[in-house]
Each structure stands twice: as C-alpha cells, then as structure tokens.
Design a protein. Structure first.
Length: 144
C-alpha cells in the first residue's frame, strides 16, 4: 500500500525550489572542497619551507661535530616538542637527534615527502607519519 504524494509535490514551483536547493547545496560543497584543498596545499608548502630551511641550517655546519651541534640546537629551540631532526652515519646508525632510525622509504636528496618515523621522546617513542627530507652530507653521513 503506497501513500499518494501530496499535490504540491507535482507542481512546477516545488520542483524548481528543490532543483535550486540542490544546486545551492552542490555549489556550497564544491566551495568548501576548494577551500579545504587550498588550505591543505598552503599548509603543506609552509611545512616544506620550514623543513627545508632547517635542513639548510644544519647543512651549513662544516664539521661533523658542528653538524651534531646544529641538530641538537635545532631540537633545543623547540619549546613545544614537535620538531624532528637526526644525523645518521653512512651505515644508517643514528649519531644524534630524536629519530629512532632512518626509514628505508625516505628518498635521500629529494623534496620533502610523507614518511612514517619513530620520534624518540623522554617519555617514550611515538610512531607517526611526518613530512621529512633527507640529505647526504659531504662526509657521507645523512641528515633528516
């Protein structure tokens, strides 16, 4: 047993109102989608600039001890505990920093990329996806 639709549903005015409402809803969703995409892109570019700038400051150090000190200084400047930095030997062993291990999927001398890292903290470790960059230094060590 089907209930008949009310008479006003069959009117042209109602159909136009429903069509206009649907078009408005679609345009609103598209607008918010565009705003979200633009925000994600802007934020990613800002993070990439910060990550690349930190790498450049660390790379300016001329000796291995200076690089280690630059990594430690970078981490000590972090009052919120959100920065990551590490220096790894040519064999992949951590020399300094707060990243447990150099991930195998992190491309060296490439643009910033998403990678899963384990951050070492005083209260334990945290494994999450971060935006990171890795560069091979002149003496063969790698900094991330």
């Amino acid at each position: 047993m089907r209930l008949p639709l009310p008479e006003f549903v069959r009117t042209t005015t109602f159909r136009w109102a429903v069509g206009a409402s649907a078009a408005f809803a679609l345009c609103t969703l598209l607008m918010f989608g565009f705003a979200l995409f633009a925000t994600i892109r802007f934020t990613t570019q800002n993070i990439d600039t910060l990550v690349t700038g930190a790498m450049e400051r660390i790379e300016r150090a001329s000796t291995r001890d200076a690089v280690i000190q630059a990594v430690e200084d970078h981490l000590q400047e972090d009052t919120r505990g959100v920065r990551l930095a590490a220096l790894f030997g040519a064999d992949g062993q951590r020399i300094a920093g707060n990243i447990r291990a150099l991930p195998s999927d992190l491309r060296v001398d490439a643009a910033p990329q998403y990678v899963r890292l384990t951050r070492l903290e005083a209260r334990g470790s945290e494994r999450a996806i971060f935006r990171a960059v890795a560069h091979r230094l002149a003496n063969g060590t790698r900094s991330s």
